[in-house]
Structures are given as structure tokens and as C-alpha cells.
Design a protein around this ligand. Structure first.
Ligand SMILES: *Cc1c(COP(=O)(O)O)cnc(C)c1O
Length: 355
């Protein structure tokens, strides 16, 4: 604490991201990055754009927004883009949630939500998930200040059917419902198809997971033009250019190259199911994941112990030391080769422990 900090800086309880180790020998399965590099078309577009770095980027990001609108059969006015979906989420809290009215989100969810709520002094209610980590959707109805949840949820990986998502939207007609679809491309139907039906729905997505662009920082929000205008008002009161020229060019190329995205996403889903079966064969309980990670626990081994032993073998996964998920490990899906090594290592650890 410093006397020089504002009340806001003092109040802040910053999010702690997963370790970013630069050691290339480590198999990094802790932050749900895509194991495949960005599409070659993305690299080419960024290279070309380096010729224009003396100029400010577009403040309205029209070409990228048009490209995204085309991909989702929307109009540019229904698309917002920002510096990673974390920034889009932060701006959304500022644009749609008020201090006096409590918002709701699940008690086990993306840990940035309480961070934003604290920072902006927005009160919140954490809705306890069911024992099996599914969401009790009626508890999300008639929220006073708004609702936010990821679908699929993180770190559980569990997907909520679109009919249930729609029920949450219908039962919150006077507040904004934000569906954070960071992992939707590895899952079922997106709520994007409901945007024209409900003016209180905001869908947030990212290029960080399914489009292999975590390092470029491009997130997006899709919703009614009035909601998008609300986000623009916040953006233009903070930073006219949250996306630089390279990010705009790269993200546009990523949305233009659908074939690459479809291919890598399919591969990750196939590997995920293989890893799930492999862990189950070793006695793990694995939640039904529709993401690029699995959330797993073993009845006979401490999760923190498995985490340490995997790390000693050069494999980094994520462990949240927080009840009731402290016996679970979150394992991002890497390449086929990486995941074979992961399964092999788990098998060795378990065999040694049994002796
Ligand atoms: C990864 C993730 C994000 C953040 O994505 P960025 O676009 O990289 O900021 C947002 N929400 C959830 C649930 C995530 O898992």
C-alpha cells in the first residue's frame, strides 16, 4: 500500500495469470493456448502491414469488424473488437453494470470477473454450481444488475445447452446477459444466433484459443448495435486505438482463413477425447469438456502432488488451490505428441506412487 495510490489502486486485487515460462523444453499445458501456430495467412498479412507502422490504426476497425460480421452473418454495427477479450470484458463491466445493482456469476468460473467487479465497485452474487459443476440456471433468473458466465464454463469445461442459455436471457429482460464464449469453437452451438432475437444479449469471443492468436491480443463482442455503441463510448473515453495495425491485419486474415481454423480445431477436439480416455483408463474422473482443456481429478492422488511431479518431468499444468476444485488439475490440450508424453508421465508418476 502506498499513500500515493488512489482508492481504486488500493482496492484492486489483480488477477494472477498462469505462468509464462519461456523455457522451450517445458510442455506448456497451463494457459489454454493453442498448440498450433497461427495460420500462414496471418503471418503474411502482419508482415505486409509492417510497411504502415508510421500511421495510427483505424479507430473504428471497420475492415476487421466487417470480416467478423461476414463470418457470423451479422452487420459491422453488431461487432466490437478490443485488445484481448479481457479488455472487452472490462469495458463491458463499465458499459453495462452499475454499482448499486448486484450482478451474478457462478462461484466457480473465470477468476477475472470478481477482479473487475471489485475494481469498478460493482456488487456481485456468486451463484453456487451444482455438485456436478453444472449451472443451476434458475438461480441466474431476475438478476438485479446483470449476468455473466462463460459457455463452456472455465475451468470446468462444461457446456450449457443453448436452450438453457436462452432461458437465462429471457428471464433477465431488463439487464444485460454476457455470455463469454472463449471456448465455443470447441463446443456446441453459439449464442450468436440469438443476438437478433434479444437486445440484452452480449456474446464475447476471443482469437486467443481457437484461432492460435493469444500473443496478438484480439477479442470481440457481438450484440445489438446499441450495446456495441455502449462499448464504443467506453473505448473512446479511454483509448481510441486498443488494436494496433498488426493486430487488426492479423485478426482479419485469421477470420478469412476458415479452413486452417476448422482443421486445427478438429485436431484439438480429437486429441482432447484421446486424452480424456487415457486419463479415465488411469483412474481419473474427467469432467465432460467441450473446450481445449480437460478438468480432471484422481480419487487416490493429491492434485497438488501430481502438479509438482508433472512439473519435475517438464510438464506444466494448472492447479487452482481453492475449494471445491483443489483436487482438480486443468490440462490444456497440446499437440498429439505432447499429450502422449503427458499421458506417459502421468502413468509413470502413478506407478511410482503405488510402490
Ligand atoms: C482465455 C479466456 C479469456 C481471455 O481471453 P483473451 O482474449 O486472451 O484476453 C476470457 N474468458 C475466458 C473464460 C477465458 O478462458
Amino acid at each position: 500500500m502506498s499513500q500515493f495510490w488512489s482508492a481504486m489502486a488500493k482496492r484492486a486485487e489483480p488477477y494472477v495469470p498462469g505462468l509464462q515460462l519461456e523455457d522451450e523444453k517445458i510442455i506448456k499445458l497451463n494457459t489454454n493456448e493453442n498448440p498450433y501456430p497461427a495460420s500462414p495467412a496471418v503471418i503474411a498479412a502482419i508482415q505486409q502491414e509492417t510497411a504502415n507502422l508510421q500511421l495510427y490504426p483505424s479507430a473504428t476497425a471497420d475492415s476487421l469488424r466487417e470480416q467478423i460480421a461476414e463470418a457470423y452473418q451479422l452487420s459491422k454495427e453488431e461487432v466490437y473488437v478490443g485488445n484481448g477479450s479481457d479488455e472487452v470484458l472490462a469495458f463491458s463491466f463499465m458499459a453495462f453494470f452499475d454499482q448499486e445493482h448486484a450482478i451474478r456469476f457462478p462461484n466457480i468460473t473465470y477468476s477475472f470477473y470478481p477482479v473487475y467487479a471489485n475494481l469498478f465497485n460493482i456488487s456481485y452474487e456468486e451463484i453456487p454450481l451444482n455438485e456436478d459443476f453444472t449451472m443451476p440456471i434458475e438461480s441466474m433468473f431476475q438478476a438485479k444488475g446483470g449476468v455473466i458466465f462463460p459457455n463452456p464454463n472455465a475451468p470446468t469445461g462444461i457446456y450449457l445447452e443453448l436452450t438453457a442459455v436462452e432461458a437465462v436471457i429471457v428471464n433477465n429482460p431488463n439487464v444485460v446477459v454476457i455470455v463469454d464464449e472463449a471456448y465455443i469453437d470447441f463446443a456446441g452451438a453459439s449464442a450468436v444466433e440469438l443476438i437478433r432475437k434479444y437486445d440484452n444479449l452480449l456474446v464475447i469471443q476471443t482469437t486467443s484459443k481457437s484461432r492460435s492468436l493469444a500473443g496478438l491480443r484480439v477479442g470481440l463482442a457481438l450484440g445489438n448495435p446499441i450495446l456495441i455503441e455502449g462499448l464504443m463510448r467506453i473505448k473512446d473515453s479511454i483509448n481510441s486505438y486498443p488494436l494496433d495495425r498488426l493486430a487488426l491485419a492479423g485478426a482479419q486474415a485469421a477470420f478469412a482463413d476458415n479452413a486452417y481454423f476448422v482443421k486445427t480445431t478438429k485436431q484439438i477436439i480429437t486429441t482432447r477425447e484421446h486424452v480424456k480416455a487415457g486419463l479415465q483408463a488411469l483412474g481419473f474422473h474427467v469432467l465432460p469438456s467441450q473446450t481445449n482443456f480437460v478438468f480432471a481429478t484422481h480419487p487416490n492422488y493429491e492434485a497438488s502432488e501430481l502438479y509438482e511431479q508433472l512439473f519435475a518431468k517438464g510438464i506444466l499444468v494448472r492447479h487452482f488451490n481453492k475449494k471445491p476444485i483443489d483436487q482438480y488439475l486443468r490440462i490444456s490440450i497440446g499437440t498429439k505428441t505432447e499429450m502422449e508424453r503427458f499421458l506417459e508421465s502421468v502413468k509413470e508418476i502413478i506407478a511410482t506412487a503405488e510402490r
